[in-house]
Ligand binder design. Structure first.
Ligand code: ADP
Length: 264
């Protein structure tokens, strides 16, 4: 392939036998590049709110007692918002490194996905975003357990449902369904939002990839939510599917294998 790099090693076996070992450097180079891009992106994402915080703090200090109460209040609100953005980013960065570290550890404990999703919905109904949106849940309780990490599955459900709430139109409902399909269970979340143009869909699970950066920031997004979803899904042998019709809405769904009758 173009750009592919190989390293060759020749090792001596017994007598005059030699073995040639060819290794594909390009995969290692790509992983190195991804890692350094990630560090650069994360630093940039943290630097932006930090610069705003320092700027407003310095302005307040320069103003001394001249700032009226309203200006002081406004600046403090901006400082708080930017600090919260940094806090969320740090939480998401820790999550992504944790789920990546767990990548090859197959979950062995049974998890009740219906109960996990119900708890997530209750938490989101209490959140600020919920004011303009109703969550309609159709959860099939008869679904037998799957093998899973309950905390991670809760985070997966949280990220998908909160995206539907963030990007759905105000006043429209978000629908969360859990259904059995043969030997798998499907969690699907639909919203009535602006949707996502088809060319962006394959890239949504990349870290920090956003369709509309300003929109994502204004709704409190970090650009890491779906990257975390992808990792958790893969760890649970899940299949992630994103279907969207621009102008109409989006449906994000994940299917997982159910545990067999002997619980494995
Ligand atoms: P963010 O924190 O920006 O929401 P995500 O990784 O969760 O990051 O999602 C990546 C991008 O995918 C978002 O910035 C948004 O552009 C798009 N997106 C995700 N879910 C939806 C949805 N339900 N409707 C429309 N766009 C969405």
């Amino acid at each position: 392939r173009p750009g592919q790099r190989w390293t060759m090693r020749i090792a001596a076996l017994s007598g005059s036998d030699r073995i040639i070992i060819l290794s594909d450097r390009s995969a290692i180079d790509a992983a190195d590049r991804m890692r350094s891009d990630f560090v650069a992106n994360a630093s940039h994402e943290l630097r932006t709110p930090l610069a705003a915080i320092l700027g407003y703090v310095e302005t307040l200090q320069d103003m001394n007692d001249e700032a009226d109460a309203e200006t002081r209040h406004r600046f403090l609100s901006i400082i708080e918002r930017e600090a919260r953005r940094m806090q969320q980013l740090v939480i998401d960065l820790l999550s992504i490194s944790r789920v990546e570290a767990d990548r090859f550890r197959r979950p062995t404990a049974p998890a009740d996905l219906a109960a996990i999703v119900r708890t997530t919905i209750a938490q989101l109904r209490d959140s600020e975003q919920a004011r303009a949106k109703d969550i309609m849940a159709k959860l099939d309780d008869g679904v037998q357990p799957m093998l899973g990490d309950a905390a991670q599955l809760g985070q997966l459900a949280h990220n998908i449902v909160s995206n539907a709430m963030k990007y759905g139109r105000a006043g429209t409902p978000v629908t969360v369904e859990l259904t059995r399909e043969g030997d798998r269970v499907r969690l699907s979340v639909s919203d009535q939002g602006d949707g996502i143009p088809a060319e962006h869909i394959p890239r949504l699970t990349e870290r920090f990839y956003r369709v509309d950066e300003a929109r994502s920031r204004s709704v409190g997004g970090t650009g890491l939510g779906l990257a975390i979803v992808k990792h958790i899904s893969e760890r649970h042998q899940g299949q992630l599917d994103i279907a969207s019709e621009p102008g109409k809405g989006t449906r994000v769904s994940v299917t997982f294998p159910l545990a067999g009758p002997d619980g494995t």
